[in-house]
Design a binder for this molecule. Structure first.
Ligand code: VAH
Length: 309
């Protein structure tokens, strides 16, 4: 059976629904600090869970005979800068609890999300490689970089089967993002449809690595289903679908909504975005476990607007 911790978050919600389609609703236990949407709550078991409480996680794993855990709970980059200590505790304590539960043999396999936020202003920004300089300047990025080190340590030292992906910014129509810097790329669609205009909190030429949620959920399940021998990176895999600027996505939206207008008023999130790569080299994932993305800017915009208009 599968346990998703943070099942009501931006990724967790869609990941849980896809896992339930694959394995059956009863086989996938959703858990979060608060309840989720109607579709999630009515399609399989739900447990209220504080991801920082190890005994609560253990009880759920034993009660439901869980063998795979997807730990999707975290505080993201922008919110993390407002509550640094809380972000560190939530992001790190939850990971250490799940790694220890796996080390103690109570679950067989763990998925843990990392992020392009592990890279910092000294990282080469174009086509950023799998192994490169990493000096993250956000608490969120520090927690993800440290978490990757722990995943590799538990894998090499204790044989824990933990797998990880460095997600780029993720775009979905089903779920709203939760306090990230790349959230503009989701907000822009909702505002374009609702108001015909968007006040963007990043500068127009801020290129960031992005991915459509369909691709991200499929990548998550594919890396977990790949034979262990194919998983050579025991810290986390670079992953990317596309890279675009606010100006580029605005132009693409105008093809569908000609009267759409955008203005740019950068806020504190501009500094975070400027510390991240503008594009990612994910050739390791493509070589090791046959990753390939399916959504580019044009078909992603078409798909998003088809669901939101
Ligand atoms: C954030 N959406 O903005 C997340 C993600 C790469 C960005 O980590 O913090």
């Amino acid at each position: 059976k599968v346990l998703v911790i943070g099942a009501c978050g931006q990724i967790g919600t869609e990941l849980t629904m896809r896992l339930r389609e694959i394995y059956g609703g009863e086989q996938v236990v959703a858990s979060d600090i608060r309840e989720g949407n109607e579709e999630l709550m009515s399609s399989g078991p739900f447990e209220t869970l504080d991801a920082m409480n190890k005994s609560q996680i253990e009880d759920i794993c034993l009660h439901y005979e869980i063998n795979e855990v997807y730990l999707m709970a975290a505080m993201l980059s922008a919110t993390g800068e407002k509550f640094p200590k809380k972000a560190w505790s939530l992001n790190m304590d939850s990971l250490m609890h799940v790694l220890d539960i796996a080390k103690e043999g109570k679950v067989d396999k763990v998925f843990w999300p990392s992020s392009i936020a592990v890279f910092g202003p000294t990282t080469p920004r174009e086509n950023t490689g799998q192994h490169t300089v990493m000096e993250p300047t956000t608490v969120y990025g520090i927690s993800k970089q440290t978490g990757e080190r722990w995943c590799e340590y538990y894998s090499n030292k204790y044989g824990v089967d933990v797998r990880s992906i460095r997600y780029p910014g993720l775009i979905s129509w089903k779920t709203l993002p939760g306090g990230g810097t790349t959230d503009y790329a989701v907000d822009i669609f909702h505002k374009a449809v609702a108001e015909g205009s968007y006040d963007c909190f990043l500068k127009e030429d801020t290129a960031l690595p992005m991915m459509y949620m369909e691709d991200a959920v499929r990548a998550t399940i594919e890396i977990m289903r790949a034979p262990l021998k194919e998983i050579k990176e025991r810290s986390s895999y670079n992953l990317s679908g596309m890279s675009f600027t606010p100006a580029a996505i605005a132009e693409e939206i105008k093809k569908h909504i000609p009267e759409f207008t955008i203005e740019y008023n950068p806020d504190f999130r501009q500094e975070i975005a400027d510390s991240w790569p503008s594009s990612i080299d994910d050739s390791a994932a493509r070589e090791d476990w046959n990753w390939k993305h399916e959504y580019d800017l044009d078909n992603m915009v078409t798909e998003m607007l088809s669901h939101l208009k």
